[in-house]
Design a protein. Structure first.
Length: 228
């Protein structure tokens, strides 16, 4: 897994953890809520026939674009990308609706097609599906089903192994369990704080099997991102 992929994956993790950037402005975040609602309506209007492979790829990329746009706007406003302070409540509610719509769409695709993997789909479309599943924390049952499909794809193509690790850790943390690969954590006062990790002595061996770099390398990336 190269450094660019690591950075993207860490940013996905940070979207779960949240990075506060100053006190949110109620008027500004209210405007963002309206802006996100319009963007979500436009994305829904852009639906096509999911029986067509091109449509599936287009839809996954379109939904991932919306996902990242919404989270970026919340970060820019100083909100957590999830339920935050009162000033961010409206915008966070729109984000939750977007996440729910994204999960339903990906669930429909995965139920029909299985995991959207190579060579039938592009790596960009597959990565978009993974991103959207990562952000479906409101529906752990769906995440678990998606993980089973992703794990099957990973058995045939090891390039997906790191995605299995991130998603498995995410599901474990939300279930109140320890993570196996150390991918999940949060930024706290400019420093990365990992959530509990099982059997730390074997951590790098487990990470290596999933195509991840050493935990020390991972921490160097998270420290740089948290220190922004």
């Amino acid at each position: 897994m190269n450094r660019a992929a690591t950075t993207v994956a860490v940013l996905t993790t940070l979207a779960f953890a949240g990075v506060a950037r100053g006190a949110p402005d109620r008027a500004a975040t209210s405007d963002i809520a309206s802006e996100l609602s319009r963007a979500a309506e436009e994305a829904l209007a852009d639906r096509c026939d999911l029986n067509a492979i091109d449509c599936v790829s287009h839809t996954l990329l379109r939904r991932a674009e919306l996902d990242q746009f919404a989270r970026r706007r919340l970060r820019e406003a100083g909100c957590f990308p999830g339920p935050g302070g009162a000033g961010c409540a409206d915008a966070a509610a729109v984000l939750r609706k977007i996440d729910s719509e994204n999960a339903m769409i990906v669930d429909e695709i995965v139920t029909r097609e299985g995991w959207p993997s190579l060579p039938k789909f592009t790596f960009e479309a597959e990565s978009a599906a993974w991103l959207l599943v990562q952000h479906a924390d409101h529906d752990p049952a769906f995440q678990t089903r998606a993980l089973a499909h992703l794990s099957e794809a990973s058995a045939a193509d090891s390039r997906f192994s790191y995605q299995v690790a991130y998603l498995a850790d995410r599901i474990a943390i939300h279930a109140g369990e320890m993570q196996n690969y150390g991918t999940q954590g949060r930024c706290d006062a400019g420093a990365w704080k990992p959530f509990p990790i099982a059997d730390v002595g074997e951590l790098d061996a487990r990470r290596d099997r999933m195509g991840l770099g050493s935990y020390e390398q991972y921490l160097s990336t998270t420290k740089a991102l948290c220190g922004r």
